[in-house]
Design a protein around this ligand. Structure first.
Ligand code: BTN
Length: 267
């Protein structure tokens, strides 16, 4: 067993305040992707709250077929198993809830830094990416068997350690210090546990909209969102309680973007 596999669970247990999330953890020195192992564990019947965390990923997956840069010894790459009692159509909202929980944690750890959320679920500081979330699910008919919330957070990377074509930042760059990755994960799990329960009770994002609007990087910006062959565009006017991006075009017509990447454009 590597140092990471032995030490990370001990450190996490030391910091953990959440009741159920993260009480069972599988730590691996290297994985192709934490999302893939977590989905296998879910298929084998593991309970909600299981966390799979890796020191490095060889095939870290990002949204829309992209890869996630996952070198060893630096960052957090983890996946959380959830078994929400909800319809499949609302599961993508979990990524938005997770982005807000993580945003709260980062703002506490790095006070004074202007960190924002970018729809659907990125954390950015001055246009540089701090974190990304990839949420997947498995369903039987209209029932959700499980959801996988996979999160990558750049923690202890120096600016010159990112590939040249990646515009990214890290907690270290924002806060001038190195962080115990297990502490950061424990903080996220307790923040997310509270948000997850309030989302489950409500069944939509209504109570999260004010929080989202307060820290959204896109509010008031003119954006284009590619959705398959269609292009939705307009000025961003909040998210909806379903997690869609509400856009108003020049004629005042409202369009909703349901998925995809939002690109800020000049009007
Ligand atoms: C994005 O494109 O912004 C989403 C990135 C998600 C990366 C995380 S790292 C942990 C988990 N395992 C993966 O393979 N991907 C997610």
């Amino acid at each position: 067993m590597s140092d990471f596999e032995e030490d990370f669970p001990k450190h996490l247990a030391h910091w953990l305040c959440s009741e159920r999330l993260g009480r069972c953890v599988i730590a691996k020195k290297e994985l192709a992707s934490t999302n893939t192992l977590l989905a296998q564990m879910a298929e084998s019947g593991m309970q909600e709250g299981l966390v799979v965390v890796a020191d490095a990923q060889t095939g870290g997956m990002g949204r829309n077929g992209r890869t996630w840069f996952s070198p060893p010894g630096k960052n957090l790459y983890f996946s959380l198993l959830l078994r929400p009692d909800c319809k499949p159509g609302v599961v993508p909202q979990l990524a938005i809830v997770a982005a807000l929980s993580l945003h709260d944690v980062v703002c506490r750890l790095c006070p004074g830094k202007k960190v924002g959320v970018k729809w659907p679920n990125d954390l950015l500081c001055e246009d540089a990416k701090l974190s990304g979330i990839l949420c997947t699910m498995s369903c039987t008919g209209a029932n959700v068997d499980y959801a996988v919330v996979g999160i990558g957070v750049n923690v202890n990377m120096a600016a010159n350690e990112f590939p040249e074509d990646v515009k990214a930042t890290s907690l270290q760059i924002l806060g001038n210090g190195t962080w115990d990755r297990a502490f950061v994960l424990a903080e996220f799990l307790s923040a997310f546990e509270a948000d997850y329960h309030s989302w489950l009770k409500r069944g939509n994002l209504a109570s999260f909209i004010p929080r989202w609007n307060e820290c959204s990087c896109l509010e008031g910006q003119y954006v284009e969102v590619e959705q398959g062959r269609e292009l939705a565009s307009g000025v961003v006017e909040s998210i909806t309680e379903e997690g869609h991006l509400r856009l108003r075009d020049a004629s005042g017509k409202i369009a909703l973007a349901c998925a995809g990447d939002a690109h800020i454009r000049k009007r």
